[in-house]
Design a protein around this ligand. Structure first.
Ligand code: ATP
Ligand code: MG
Length: 377
């Protein structure tokens, strides 16, 4: 997001602790006006908790939250210019669609004429004109979902918080709704903070993705960057498919490094903001589509493997290559002519710019513990 964008939600040093359960760790996050920001992570990583703190349904144990420059973390939900769409649509079953959507405006004592006008406008927006008199039980999942969104949008919030809003829909409808929601967001220019554990959904809809790992923000970046340049091993593993090798830096020549794997050597690139030392341990991550193979040795690469199995997934041919230590390397190709054959023995390599090197403290600690346990030094 460019620098000239205006911050709309700012989360500063926020922690959330329930009893002895520390569920959000020192979170710093700025969301910009008009942005579609997605919080992505596995179950229990703290996504809903963060959303609830922004919405005002939960207070941070520590830290501050600002909306449009004003501190709100002590304020009630209705005092914040945000609205929330919860996963369970929470429509009022005894009210028809018109009444459900009008509810918020009625509470604000807005005139009948204006309410009617605004409900009509919003129904048109979510393509539900003519549904005013129906009751929630007479709607499909996707239609209920749109009513829930209409009900949140009618208040004209600056920020819309959405907690897995498409979670209950089947795959086809979910895909359609993803496009509808994205279009709606663009059209209205409202800031969306969207929660999902579905990486594909996050990658297709978002301007930026915040990837949460056990209460920590591991990476905040564009869909392209979280895929191409994962910042942590967790992100590399969580987003798409990746081959992750534990390696040691053997040699540094300029921006090229030679890394040692358990089963051979390989090359990688370092850039200005990534410095490494000799003998340092790093993860080398390579996407299956970037793995190359050759019958003859490629300079700098000595990893030998054998094609163990192959599967077709749609139009992608996925090969599993087994290395001498038993590790499986995943390789994928769109074209059968470019895929290896089962039983082929070959060298594995990659273009140096296609490998992402990731430092990991935990990897080092893990190895220290492992060494200690094995009686090593
Ligand atoms: N009121 C509460 N009291 C105690 N612990 C809670 C409370 N609410 C949430 N937690 C814990 O906080 C952690 C984060 O929960 P949260 O609901 O934010 O996860 P999530 O990322 O939204 O997961 P999911 O994808 O399953 O919805 C979990 O370990 C959960 O058990
Ligand atoms: Mg949740």
């Amino acid at each position: 997001m460019s620098e000239d964008k205006k911050p709309i939600v700012e989360i500063k040093g926020v922690n959330k602790i329930y009893g002895d359960n520390h569920v959000v760790h020192d979170l710093n996050l700025t969301v910009y006006e008009g942005e579609f920001l997605t919080m992505l992570g596995p179950s229990g990583c703290g996504k809903t908790t963060i959303l609830r703190m922004i919405g005002g349904f939960e207070e941070p144990s520590e830290g501050m939250i600002y909306i449009e420059g004003e501190r709100v973390d002590m304020k009630e939900p209705f005092q914040r210019n945000v609205n929330t769409v919860f996963q369970s649509y929470a429509l009022f079953p005894h009210m028809n669609i018109f009444q459900n959507i009008a509810y918020g405006l009625k509470m604000k004592k807005i005139s009948k004429a204006e309410i009617k006008e605004r409900v009509e406008e919003i129904l048109h927006l979510v393509q539900l004109n003519g549904f005013e008199k129906r009751y929630p039980s007479q709607l499909s999942g996707g239609q209920k979902q749109r009513v829930a969104i209409a009900r949140a949008l009618i208040n004209r919030p600056k920020v819309l918080l959405l907690d897995e809003p498409l979670g209950a829909l089947d795959l086809k409808l979910r895909k359609e709704m993803q496009i509808e929601l994205k279009n709606l967001q663009k059209k209205l220019g409202i800031t969306f903070i969207y929660v999902t554990h579905d990486q594909e959904e996050a990658l297709t809809m978002s301007d930026r993705i915040a990837i949460m790992n056990q209460g920590y923000l591991d990476q905040l970046d564009t869909p392209e960057n979280v895929y191409e340049r994962p910042a942590t091993r967790f992100v590399a593993d969580f987003i798409g498919e990746s081959n992750i090798f534990e390696t040691v830096i053997n040699k540094i020549s300029g921006d090229t490094v030679n890394v040692g794997l358990e089963v051979g050597n390989a090359l990688g690139l370092i850039d200005d903001n990534f410095s490494v030392n000799m003998s340092e341990m790093v993860y080398a991550c390579v996407r299956p589509e970037k793995v190359k193979f050759s019958k003859t040795e490629i300079k700098g690469f000595t990893i030998l493997g054998k094609v163990k199995e192959q599967i077709y997934v749609g139009n992608v041919i996925k090969s599993n290559i087994i290395l001498v230590n038993g590790q499986i390397v995943k390789l994928s190709r769109m074209d059968i002519d470019e895929a290896p054959k089962i039983g082929d023995v070959m060298y594995i390599y990659w273009d140096v710019e296609d490998v992402v090197l990731i430092k990991s403290r935990s990897f080092q600690i893990h190895n220290l513990i492992e060494n200690a346990r094995l009686g090593g030094d």
